[in-house]
Design a protein around this ligand. Structure first.
Ligand code: 6R9
Length: 667
């Protein structure tokens, strides 16, 4: 039960407190007329779910051996999709586009933080991937061996992933911001034979080293690692272990560009990606080939309305996260897209950097996270206003619930009140998008992911696992297997069953709270361990955060439930003020009492007096993981006057010191 959300949390059902969001954005008829997605897809999938997915797998992928079986769920919860078919992921992502005459199409416009540019066509990518695959073979890696990839956002990250896929060696990408310790434990858990890394990468204007973390990781204990393949990116000095370490530019550049992709069974492992559970060590989420690729391609094509000949797509996620796997490395390339890949941060060297990139490449589809959108809101409209963003035609959001105010800002300021916004719900475990509006089909509601995609059986259930009626809240579950579903936790079958399949037998429990509105549309309410119970009323952290952020003084907000003798839990909010309000508070010697009173009243107005935070703390920063998720666990420690827990997964671990110090500064 290690990964079950805290048991004190109950289903987020108290609908009396939910924000009422009435705005609707029906599809523009001109957009609908050209859209990839069609309303009939839902009917087709409802009538024959397996037939629908078989059609996608056949039409979107090239198989070296056609499959005849679609789904085998007889060994549930382990699913097998398209199991008697064979294919190769890298062939599907690269070679077949070259064979179809698209070798000259740009696959990747890479932009370094300092403005350096590299352009790789599909033909270039094919050559590089083939060479890298030959090098992996020379280094003793064969089909089935695991390879750890620890790289910055440079084209070699995608090339390395595809080279692994080309020989059927599952990759385990470890985010470049993780520590040597985290890298070591992932190398050991997956028993990786090879590590692919770089001397360093550029971040916030300077070179930061990566190779030393690999060197350190490999001294922490016995590992099966035989070689370390090192990309030269920054040119900084690196330690070198002769016989073990190999330069990419010496080995890959000299390798033959002829390489036969290895066809693997559809259920052959494609990658392992580690994600944190609620407690304990990270889980190695296992994805296999055929089903994962089919859903990656289908969702990328339809949720983003991709037109490979004309679109320029940009997903801002790092390849270290699942979004970077499915919507940087695999989805776009499977569909023959042209994409932008950016190495750096959104404010280096200036706060208009993203918008400058969009103007420069004529980006048409942008996929990013709510935390980034809210940060840009905080910086102000003047930054995007300096650039021509009129090329944008679809905007995506992923990673956490997007509050309606951020959604509206995204649509208006970035999308020119024209581009549809798709709020896409999914997880590392689901492999690909599961719940999302379809652009050109769905009348969008700000803040709601709305509808399970065609062929996806998502529902909201109560404590007993029964579907709740429209207008009620509960737990999000997936009632039927889906092609890109995880096939297990690497090396830990029991944990896989306990974590996802024990709470509601026969159904996958996602760990998220959700409600269905009166139209049956799904609203994600945050993790169920983030749901509060105040005086018997169930309140969502997301809802109260949304209410706070809708106040003109607030840039960002995080809400936690702190235990309270009287009410069970009490609402404690942490807010970052916007420019003017922040300046005013500073001018008044840090006195925020008036603002806090106003915000408490505002929440009471927006949701109801029950939701009024017991306390609101004005802070300069919020603790976030490197993927941008707010670590409410740490804020709960502060709110409950406990010693702050483990901060090692924070992007900036000093943030907690700031917050704790702020609390004790007499105002
Ligand atoms: C893709 C990704 C998964 C968790 C998930 C949920 C939250 C992601 C969301 C969302 C509301 C959305 N989440 N997308 N919540 N609306 N559109 O983020 O994977 O890092 O595994 O996180 O993120 O809580 O359970 P991962």
């Amino acid at each position: 039960m290690a990964d079950q959300p805290d048991d004190h949390s109950t289903a987020p059902g108290g609908l009396e407190n939910l924000l009422v969001e009435e705005r609707r954005f029906p599809p523009d008829p001109a957009f609908a007329a050209q859209a990839n997605a069609q309303p009939e897809m839902y009917e087709r999938a409802d009538a024959d779910r397996l037939g629908f997915w078989a059609d996608q797998a056949r039409s979107l992928l090239s198989w070296s051996t056609e499959f005849t079986e679609v789904l085998d769920f007889s060994q549930a919860p382990r699913a097998r999709w398209f199991a008697d078919g064979r294919l190769n992921a890298a062939y599907n992502a690269v070679d077949r586009h070259v064979e179809a005459g698209h070798g000259d199409r740009v696959a990747i416009h890479w932009e370094g933080e300092q403005g350096e540019v590299r352009t790789l066509t599909y033909a270039d990518l094919q050559r590089e991937v083939a060479k890298a695959a030959n090098t992996l073979g020379d280094l003793g890696v064969t089909t089935g061996d695991r390879v750890a990839i620890y790289l910055p956002m440079i084209p070699e990250a995608v090339i390395a992933m595809l080279a692994c896929a080309r020989i059927g060696a599952p990759h385990s990408v470890v985010f470049g911001g993780f520590s040597a310790e985290a890298l070591y434990s992932r190398i050991v858990d997956a028993e990786a034979r090879l590590v692919i890394t770089a001397d360093g990468g550029y971040r916030r204007g300077s070179a930061s080293a990566l190779k030393p973390a690999v060197d350190e990781a490999l001294t922490k204990g016995e590992t099966p690692v035989e070689h370390v393949l090192v990309v030269r990116r920054t040119g900084q000095e690196v330690g070198w272990t002769p016989g073990r370490d190999v330069w990419w530019h010496e080995s890959v550049d000299a390798a033959s560009a002829e390489h036969e992709p290895v066809p693997v069974e559809a259920e052959h492992p494609l990658f392992i990606l580690y994600t944190s559970g609620t407690t304990g060590r990270p889980k190695g989420i296992l994805h296999t080939t055929g089903g994962y690729l089919a859903q990656a391609a289908f969702t990328h094509l339809n949720v983003f309305d991709l037109k490979p000949e004309t679109d320029v797509y940009w997903c801002t996620a790092d390849v270290g996260w699942v979004t970077g796997h499915t919507y940087v490395a695999y989805g776009p390339l499977l569909n023959g897209a042209t994409q932008v890949m950016y190495e750096g941060t959104p404010d280096t060297p200036h706060r208009g950097r993203w918008w400058e990139i969009i103007e420069k490449y004529g980006v048409t589809i942008l996929y990013t996270a709510p935390t980034a959108i809210r940060t840009c809101m905080k910086w102000g409209e003047e930054h995007p206003a300096k650039y021509d963003l009129s090329s944008l035609r679809v905007l995506g959001s992923v990673g956490e619930p997007i509050n309606p105010e951020a959604w509206m800002w995204y649509r208006r300021v970035i999308g020119g009140d024209r581009a549809p916004v798709v709020d896409t719900w999914w997880q590392t475990e689901t492999g690909a998008i599961m719940i999302s509006p379809l652009p050109g089909v769905t009348a969008a509601k700000p803040g709601s992911a709305q509808t399970p995609l065609p062929g996806i059986a998502a529902d909201v259930v109560d404590e007993a696992g029964e579907p709740v009626p429209d207008g009620a809240g509960g737990y999000l579950v997936l009632a039927e297997p889906w092609p890109a579903m995880l096939r297990g936790i690497w090396g830990d079958e029991q944990r896989f069953r306990d974590t996802y399949w024990s709470r509601f037998p026969g159904k996958y429990f996602a760990g998220d709270g959700a409600k269905k509105d009166d139209d049956g549309d799904i609203w994600l309410l945050g993790r169920v361990d983030d749901v509060m119970n105040v005086s018997g009323h169930r309140l969502s952290t997301t809802e109260i955060e949304s209410a706070l952020v809708s106040h003109p003084s607030v840039a960002e907000a995080a809400v936690v439930g702190a235990s309270d003798d009287t009410t069970g839990q009490a609402v404690v909010a942490f807010v970052i003020l916007r420019g003017e309000a922040a300046e005013k508070a500073a001018a008044e010697g840090g006195d925020t009492a008036a603002t806090v009173a106003e915000l408490r009243a505002h929440v009471a107005r927006e949701i109801g007096p029950i939701a009024k935070p017991r306390s609101i703390l004005v802070v300069a920063e919020l603790p976030k993981t490197r993927s941008g998720k707010i670590m409410r666990r740490l804020l709960r420690d502060v709110a409950e006057n406990r010693t702050v827990g483990d901060v090692t997964t924070l992007a900036d671990s000093s943030v907690m010191n700031l917050i704790s110090a702020g609390l004790h500064t007499p105002k």
